[in-house]
Design a protein around this ligand. Structure first.
Ligand code: SF4
Ligand code: SF4
Length: 300
């Protein structure tokens, strides 16, 4: 009998949660948290925990698999399109789901990492991570943890009622360094990199050290970000099918964009949703972005 099995037999939710947390951390998770399934009322109907699993009580969130220090330094940024994925953290979440079902004796469903109709996630991992206290949403889009910065998240929905965590009291964004820069220059590292008033996607105002106004041009960002993986495949194929010239068609199929797209699709079941340039300059986890800096981070 496993530890989870023994503990769940006693019906001690705190002890079961603690064992699941240990499993997650031993498996490489940097963060672990639990949100109540009832707290997703702001999610659209059809995209709440009970829509994935009837009788859902808790949503368990794990985060990790962040890019390594060297990845942020590499001038060949395209390699992130292949190497930076949520696969590892989703696989860990799957193992936790097996434990919840086989050992604790409750239903568990891993939230699919892809998207449903209209590019909408089956359940917002960002919302789940925020509610579970695993980070807070940044101006640049991703949920950031105050110490670990950007990472990938996975979540499982379960009928097991676990003690819940609370959202962070202090958001990770804007970081103190960003507030200082904003006061001096009227921009933060990410808004200076991708400024909405100069053809970019990000802008906003900081008051009392918090964002009082946020601007994010999602459509523009997506048009730039989705140039690899599944969406790029769809884009190139649509153009190839309409191209009457055989030689040009051949060139498009053999182009480096299409080749890289195919590599990224075969490498990962889902890829990142960022071009990374706004997060590359983000100072939140600056201390982990050099050799030895991540020494205190448990990582897979
Ligand atoms: S992901 Fe790229 S395009 Fe989108 S906001 Fe960040 S820097 Fe701009
Ligand atoms: S650089 Fe990072 S912390 Fe600073 S404002 Fe942008 S996303 Fe937020």
């Amino acid at each position: 009998m496993s530890d989870v099995q023994k503990t769940s037999g006693d019906r001690d939710p705190t002890a079961v949660k603690s064992l699941l947390r240990d499993m997650a951390e031993k498996g490489g998770a940097l963060v672990f948290g639990v949100a109540s399934a009832d707290d997703f009322a702001m999610a659209p109907e059809g995209y709440r925990p009970g829509d994935i699993l009837p009788g859902a009580r808790s949503v368990l969130v794990v985060g990790g698999a962040k890019p390594r220090a060297g990845d942020w330094q590499s001038p060949n940024y395209q390699h992130m399109e292949l190497s930076s994925t949520n696969d590892r953290i989703t696989a860990l979440c799957m193992r936790l789901a097996h434990s919840v079902e086989r050992e604790a004796g409750y239903y568990a469903v891993v939230v699919p990492p892809g998207v449903d109709e209209g590019q909408r996630p089956f359940l917002s991992l960002a919302l789940a991570a925020e509610l579970a206290g695993c980070g807070s949403r940044s101006l640049a889009g991703p949920v950031l943890h105050p110490r670990h910065g950007f990472m990938y998240f996975a979540a499982l929905v379960t009928t097991l009622a676990l003690p819940c965590d609370q959202p962070l009291a202090q958001p990770a964004c804007p970081a103190p360094a960003c507030v200082k820069m904003y006061k001096e220059q009227g921009a933060t590292p990410c808004t200076a990199t991708c400024p909405i008033d100069s053809g970019g996607c990000l802008g906003g105002h900081i008051e009392n050290d918090r964002w009082s106004e946020r601007q994010y041009d999602r459509a523009r960002c997506m048009a730039r970000v989705y140039n690899y993986w599944g969406p790029a495949f769809q884009k190139v194929m649509a153009e190839v099918l309409q191209e009457p010239d055989i030689e040009r068609r051949q060139m498009m199929i053999n182009s480096s964009l299409f080749t890289r797209t195919l590599w990224s699709m075969t490498y990962a079941n889902i890829n990142q949703g960022q071009c990374f340039e706004c997060i590359r300059v983000c100072p939140v986890d600056e201390q982990t972005r050099h050799p030895g800096g991540a020494r205190n981070e448990k990582e897979d």
